[in-house]
Design a protein around this ligand. Structure first.
Ligand code: ZN
Length: 144
């Protein structure tokens, strides 16, 4: 099992910009504040969401396009920040719910639009945690 240890740094608390691209705004925030390792949580609502599903046999992401342009609650969002291609990269999973409380979940993809949202980011200090292609899974996973 691979692991590294970190110390707590600042906790950032904020709100998303209305109409912002959900993932892009998180990544930009991390770059602007030099958050290289950390933990993300958020709640709110989205105007549109693009979720990804990783097909383990085909080793590729499929996007669930059926939730585009649907107004949904952001019931849960958690993710982490590490380094990919030399830059801070947010890996985020979400659960969204519709008007009947039905939930949908998955890997957050670019193209999702925020209606309103509040986030907390726990920044950590320590050695960079780098993502590199893992041959077995086909995913950019944490490596030494
Ligand atoms: Zn994921």
């Amino acid at each position: 099992m691979f692991n590294k240890s970190y110390s707590f740094d600042k906790v950032y608390v904020g709100k998303f910009t209305h109409d912002a691209d959900f993932l892009e705004e998180l990544n930009s925030f991390c770059v602007q504040n030099d958050i290289r390792t950390g933990w993300i949580s958020a709640i709110g609502a989205v105007k549109s969401i693009v979720l990804g599903y990783y097909d383990q046999d085909e080793k590729k992401y499929y996007t669930l396009d059926n939730l585009k342009n649907k107004h949904l609650e952001l019931a849960s969002c958690m993710g982490n920040i590490s380094i990919k291609d030399g830059k801070p990269f947010a890996h985020v999973h979400v659960v969204v719910t519709d008007e009947e409380g039905k939930s949908f979940g998955g890997h957050l993809m670019p193209g999702s639009k925020v209606f309103a949202g509040e986030f907390m980011i726990q920044a950590l200090t320590g050695e960079d945690l780098n993502r590199n292609l893992d041959e077995v899974t086909g995913l950019p996973l944490w490596k030494d």
